[in-house]
Design a protein around this ligand. Sequence first.
Ligand SMILES: [Zn+2]
Length: 73
Amino acid sequence: MVTTCDYSYLPCQFCVGKNHCEQCGEDIRKSLMGVDGVADVRMDVPARKLTLTLDGADFDDVCDAAEVLGVFL
Ligand SMILES: [Zn+2]
């Protein structure tokens, strides 16, 4: 199952990009890839879109994991 969602915020308060940057997007991507049942994660930072390919994971669980990382969907 492929899901695309918009996000409004990345945890950039400690980096120079502040509100959205490629480095933070990549860190988030790698972390979400580690969630059980997530097959693929794509971050389109300029467009602020997150595309998730789920293979057994519940979308809500991935959202929770993203929230813990500081991403507001
Ligand atoms: Zn950043």
